[in-house]
Design a protein around this ligand. Structure first.
Ligand code: ZN
Ligand code: ZN
Length: 472
């Protein structure tokens, strides 16, 4: 190397004179734009937890590893007041992979997954005639006792909607059909999956049995298999269709689950905090990437991005709830433990990782200035201002219990129910570009809310906080 060239390189490597000048903090808008250009935190969370932990069935050792992993992630990202808040729950596990076989008249196997909180057929299974119902309403109309010794099959089909509203129409097939069928004497229930895909991936999920009705075995058939079973009814010429079911879920009794919390502490910790929620548990059959690893990554990334702008006025608390899927145990436990601590506003992310397209609040009429301020700030991300009254997500029980302020950042759910509660809930289904838009919008909105001086629900001035005596 020639001397002049070496000198040139040395010069170029030398620290510039202004190297010690701290780089200026970004504005909130710049922080949001930076997330749009290259979020790393949300992706890092969801990639990390799906790779290093995987499925996180509620109440199990895997969920406990998820809590420890998430608490450590928050610590590494600079969150404070990180805690794992344990609670006990009745824990259900799915057992061996389920089997559903048509014995006659057209013998073949179907893909099936047990539904949460349902009973076992025992390892030898149950063989019985199948009775088909198009809808839950048809099942309700079946005479009492008419299903004695039979397997009920509900073949209701879910359709695709951007806002996910079809879940409200199709969901009862999973939530209540097996309880209704059991109350009419059915020995088991199978349903067409509550999902919009056409793969041989059954969609599991929670189900409820009414008080006094003994849980029966119940499972979801994959959509193409359920369609096959419907065709069999058309082609069987009235001959009985017999199915053998082997489903072996069981209850483990009381085990420990827990919530994970962490904070970006605000400049005025006496003001009620902004609460951002998601859930940490997942069903056993996927890795909980879109449901709800992405949600936890999104809320934590937004909180961290806001902290980069400068210490927010209000504390931002993240709540990674445990045991949501199997009955909102974490949400209920959190509300019970913290009901006396007022929350300024609650937001939840639990609808995948695709883009935000609309926001709703429950203060559009009581605090129109703030609603409009948020609307103006998110329009550049293609987000419209909604007129629905925000209801908050499943893990925001505490805010509803306190009748507090809520913001719903509505995600595009067009493909969510292709993946929801299936083995296909894996990291590769997350579109990084849409995830970045999502984090950008969350950053913008959380930044506004965490720096809001007046009461968020009403816009009225917050009473002056008493002076903090000494630092604790
Ligand atoms: Zn969820
Ligand atoms: Zn779910």
């Amino acid at each position: 190397m020639t001397k002049p060239l070496a000198a040139l390189i040395a010069l170029s490597l030398a620290a510039p004179a202004f190297a010690n000048t701290p780089s200026p903090r970004p504005t909130l808008e710049q922080a949001a734009d930076n997330a749009l250009g290259g979020d790393v935190h949300a992706w890092d969370f969801v990639e990390g937890i799906t790779t290093e932990v995987g499925q996180r069935q509620a109440g199990t050792e895997a969920e406990a590893r998820g809590r420890a992993w998430a608490a450590e992630w928050l610590r590494r990202k600079g969150f404070q007041n990180i805690a794992i808040e344990p609670f006990m729950m009745s824990t259900w596990v799915p057992g061996e992979p389920g089997k559903a076989e048509i014995v006659s008249p057209f013998p073949q196997s179907f893909a099936i997954a047990p539904l949460g909180d349902t009973a076992s057929t025992g390892p030898d299974g149950i063989t019985a005639e199948v009775v088909m119902f198009k809808t839950v309403a048809d099942l309700v109309a079946a005479p009492e006792g008419s299903l004695k010794g039979k397997i009920a099959f509900v073949s209701n089909t879910m359709t695709r909607t951007q806002d996910g509203s079809q879940y409200g129409f199709a969901g009862p097939t999973r939530w209540v059909a097996s309880g209704i069928a059991a109350s009419k004497g059915a020995v088991a229930t199978v349903i067409k999956s509550v999902g919009t895909d056409s793969h041989r991936n059954p969609h599991t999920g929670g189900t409820d049995f009414p008080e006094g009705v003994k849980p029966t075995p119940a499972g979801a058939l994959s959509n193409p298999d359920a369609a096959n079973l419907e065709r069999m009814f058309r082609r069987a010429d009235g001959k009985p269709i017999t199915m053998k079911l082997v489903l072996t879920p069981r209850f483990l009794g009381e085990t420990e689950s827990g919530n994970v919390v962490g904070e970006i502490v605000g400049r005025n910790p006496t003001l009620p905090p902004v609460l951002l929620a998601c859930h940490l548990d997942s069903w056993w059959n996927g890795t909980g990437a879109i449901d709800d690893g992405a949600g936890c990554g999104i809320i934590a990334a937004a909180a961290r991005n806001v902290s980069v702008v400068g210490q927010p006025l209000r504390t931002i608390r993240v709540l990674f709830a445990g045991a949501e899927e199997v009955g909102l145990f974490g949400s209920v436990a959190y509300s019970k433990a913290h009901i006396d601590e007022p929350i300024a506003v609650g937001l939840e992310s639990d609808f995948g990782a695709d883009r935000i397209w609309r926001f709703d609040s429950n203060f559009r009429t009581s605090n129109p200035a703030l609603h409009k301020k948020i609307a103006a700030a998110v329009v550049r991300f293609g987000v419209s201002s909604g007129t629905d009254v925000a209801g908050g997500g499943a893990d925001l029980n505490i805010v509803r219990d306190q009748k507090g302020a809520l913001v719903d950042l509505q995600q595009d759910g067009t493909r969510y129910f292709d993946l929801h509660h299936t083995p296909d809930d894996t990291l590769d289904k997350i579109d990084p570009v849409q995830l970045r838009q999502n984090v950008a919008v969350w950053t913008q909105v959380v930044g506004i809310l965490a720096n809001e001086e007046t009461a968020i629900l009403t816009g009225t001035p917050v009473p002056a906080a008493p002076p903090i005596m000494g630092a604790k």
